[in-house]
Design a protein around this ligand. Sequence first.
Ligand SMILES: Nc1ncnc2c1ncn2[C@@H]1O[C@H](COP(=O)(O)OP(=O)(O)OP(=O)(O)O)[C@@H](O)[C@H]1O
Length: 744
Amino acid sequence: MSRTRNSENQFALDLGDSTPDQHGAVDNAERLASLAETEALLNQWQQAGWIRPLDVGFARLIRQLGEEQGDRPQPLVLLLAALTSHQVGRGHVCVDLTHLLADAGNTLALPPEEPAGPALNDTEATALQGMHPQDLLARVQLADCLAALRASPAVSDGAVPTPLVLNGSRLYLRRFWRYEQRIAEGIRQRLALPSPLAYPNALPAQTLSRALTILFQSKEPVDYQKLACALAARSGFAVITGGPGTGKTTTVVNLLAALQAVAGADPARAGRKVRIRLAAPTGKAAARLNESIGGAVQRLPLAELPGAVQLDDIPTRVTTLHRLLGSRPDTRQFRHHRDNPLLVDILVIDEASMVDVDLMASVFDALPASARLILLGDKDQLASVDAGAVLGELCQRASDAHYTPETAHWLGAITGAELPPNLVDDRGQALDQAVAMLRKSYRFGEDSGIRQLAEAVNTSALTGTMLARIRDSEFDDVVWLNGHGPTSDPEKTLEQICHHAISGTPERFRNKGQGRVVNGETLPPPVGYRHYLEVMANSGLRADSPREAWDTHAAAVLEAFSDFQVLCALRRGPWGVEGLNQRIAQQLMTEKLIDRTEGWYPGRPVLITGNDYNLGLMNGDIGITFRVPWDTTDDGQPKDTLRVAFPSSDAEGGIRWISPSRLQQLETVYAMTVHKSQGSEFNHTCLVLPDRLSPVLTKELVYTGITRARNWFSLITGDTQVFRDSVEQQVIRASGLALRLGES
Ligand SMILES: Nc1ncnc2c1ncn2[C@@H]1O[C@H](COP(=O)(O)OP(=O)(O)OP(=O)(O)O)[C@@H](O)[C@H]1O
């Protein structure tokens, strides 16, 4: 591309608010020409796969709207409209123009790492052709952008229904501005709800204090789980964040018991308990919480609690958010909304980092004004696939807590704990008083490699020493398979991934992974995909075996499949899901573990990639293909057919058998993106990082990948430096939620 054209092109885009003496003479013909050229350039970006047809369509709509109102749309407005739409597609709720103009390259990440179309044509056919967005924006001033936007009939401050909303320097698509506004309103309103627990000497607070003393027996000076329970019980809106194994589930079960104790002891309620619902964003996450919560509820010391709490008062059934809100086929509207609210007093949402702004706004819409909301999740994980990073934003100040002296005093009175001074701040905001961070991991011991590596990544402290420790297999639970080998031979590394995917390479773990004891339980060594295929092959079932026996077998195979998962950062290319799925399938066939690699075959594991409300399958559900003898031929003989077994929704333990022809959106899942793995956990996780840095390789992605491992973690890197550099890159999603709440 010719850089010498920049000033000229800059000029073309600056037309909106530029004066001729700043940039030279400008006449109307030039204005029109530049508008046409801007649109041509947007089309060119679209053809190159840089931006979506939707983004260009949106810019076109802005132009039409302007023209209908007699306005001559300014090229800059069209450009910003298309880029805002593009940013929403990348997970941002808005575009912060200040950041965009300061660093358009990083803000937009254009051109994309893996463009879907042909390279940009760099001919001189038009003045703008072939230009990159950062070149176009290089010398545009914020004042010019704001003036052009304010002058456009397509933009307002939200008071009138325009397609774009400008709030300070943040430019939103109206829909996303509304989502954010509804969420902020919902939080603000709940933070302001008066709490009967506010007065430590009154009965409700005394009951809470007694219940917490019974539920938490820790000898530590500050029990953060207990603090989290107290804060969440007091507030109409609360967030509990913590890394893996810090006890989010344990805390929430205790919280539910404490809340019921307070309700049960309240004379005004005459023993009536509160209606509590538990939900998670995906079927997988709901199933996982379901599994862990049941046992924890059984262990509650209910008989000792005040308020006559019964086992039935504590909900153990976790539903997906879509099911709770009442999703309907072919529409984004839910059955429950402002005019038909949920019958609930308290809603608890687990894995809240996966909830995007659209869904979170729907949650607030469906909650009665008096209902309380408690969000649980790990603030450091990747944000939702769709736009927003609600949990991360709400937890921005969680590490330092910022509890006011009043909150600290109240916590002291209720829990007996004296807060460390660094967590107290007399300028703490309302939201800070409702956010609790769990700080101690109970699942991973101090010596756990998974824990230490995750912490090093999370704090951007991936030092040479830490790399050397994993390279030298110092930990029982972590191996870096090619840490010593040359990483310059990609073909060899890719082969290694395939072999590892099949065997799990237990011999590379210390003591071959044998005899490791965690929380008093001796673990089986790490496995690869051979394991589930062997469980599948050894079913012992016959054609006349009852359906329940098939269900039990399928459940065992699905469980064996969850013992291992390859996770990738990328979708495309040899290091991505597409390339690795093919290679691993090929290797499995070579080793005669499956009989084909394309189409449907017994053993094929599939990941559902879009919600299918008719089948009751959710994005992220995993199924495995079986050959079953249930059909009959025309002459009544048993006939083998293929069916895909999925765990029944909300994990009631059953299996749903679905014919492959009914499944719409899916992909083979020997390899899965880290994004898709959120909310899941695997006994042994293998994270594959590619040989080149890309904008998707971030600290959050690597942290999320590592923390999907329950007991064993293996790492394969295309390049060591890429591993280190990824941890230096951070996801920053533009949004105004924290700002709006801070202003309140
Ligand atoms: N206060 C505690 N004292 C002792 N053990 C605990 C405590 N809290 C949690 N644990 C144990 O630590 C493990 C992890 O707890 P839990 O499942 O509640 O954490 P989590 O944060 O929900 O985990 P995940 O990362 O799966 O979301 C469990 O075995 C649990 O019994």
